[in-house]
Design a protein around this ligand. Structure first.
Ligand SMILES: Nc1ncnc2c1ncn2[C@@H]1O[C@H](COP(=O)(O)OP(=O)(O)O)[C@@H](O)[C@H]1O
Ligand SMILES: [Mg+2]
Length: 265
């Protein structure tokens, strides 16, 4: 690798000048964000700040009006979501996106075969379940086990508590072995033990060299995990840096207090 190429991979994910409007609503206004490989990057901001929209742009679900996104130095701006996923980017959504007619393990396997039709997976699922030497099934099972959900591998999602169903969705993202994963409020609606499981898995991922960008309403949860923080307010980055520095930043404090005063959060 050339020196220039080696320097480019100093960041796992780079966002430069991302701008997005919906009609006259300027939702993102020149956002920059730089995420180091193997780090946990906490993306915060009051409701409506544009956090989810930024995830939608990064993952190729919606096009930006302007700006660039690169993954490990490779420009992915404007690429299709599926193409970006193949480059090693996975994400979760704020709302559940599980297949109700597939078992928990099949839901995880489905994430590994994004292009496969549900019917085809269904007809093959006996194969997966019977043959535990199947590498993908083993991998799916391993992730379920990490989150304490191995016992539900053959259950239907509807039989699980809401928090556990949310964990399954998170596992679907991790099971694809992404290099970078975007988590949109993963702890929302989780009970105490599911939350503790999620916390410890996220803590361990650094050692596995996975890069995580986390949106999370629970400040304590995110700040305890974060290496770095980016703060958005009304579509603009108002601060970035270490958790300690950001929490003392006057602009950040007033953005949050200002929103509270207008009864938003
Ligand atoms: N597809 C869309 N069409 C129109 N407006 C949208 C769309 N997605 C998001 N918005 C608007 O963008 C703003 C930011 O939303 P969002 O990115 O969800 O914020 P956050 O995740 O920080 O709470 C909101 O005003 C929201 O209504
Ligand atoms: Mg959101």
């Amino acid at each position: 690798m050339s020196v220039a190429a080696a320097q480019q991979v100093d960041t796992a994910l780079t966002v430069r000048g991302i701008t997005k409007s919906f009609g006259g609503n300027h939702v993102l206004r020149g956002v920059d964000m730089s995420v180091a490989p193997g780090s946990l990057h906490f993306l915060i901001g009051p409701n409506g700040a544009g956090k989810t929209t930024l995830f939608n742009v990064i993952s190729g679900f919606i096009p930006a009006d302007d700006g660039e996104v690169s993954l490990f130095g490779r420009d992915v701006t404007g690429d299709h979501a599926r193409t970006i996923a193949r480059q090693g980017l996975a994400r979760t959504f704020q709302n559940l996106q599980l297949f109700d007619s597939l078992t928990v393990a099949e839901n995880v396997l489905m994430a590994l075969h994004a292009d496969m039709k549900v019917g085809l997976l269904r007809s093959m699922s006996g194969l997966f379940v019977d043959r535990e030497e199947n590498l993908e099934y083993a991998k799916a099972f391993e992730w379920l086990d990490r989150f304490g959900l191995a016992k539900y591998a053959a259950s239907m999602p509807a039989d699980l508590a809401y928090g556990d169903r949310r964990l399954v969705e998170i596992i679907r993202a991790f099971a694809t072995q992404p290099k970078v994963v975007l988590l949109d409020e993963p702890a929302a609606g989780l009970g105490v033990s599911a939350r503790a499981n999620l916390f410890s898995v996220l803590k361990d991922l650094r050692a596995e060299n996975m890069t995580v960008v986390l949106i999370e309403h629970d400040m304590k949860f995110g700040m305890a995990l974060a290496d770095e923080v980016t703060v958005l307010d009304i579509g603009a980055r108002i601060a970035h840096g270490s958790p300690a520095a950001v929490q003392q930043d006057d602009a950040v404090i007033s953005a949050y207090l200002g929103k509270r005063a207008t009864n938003d959060d």
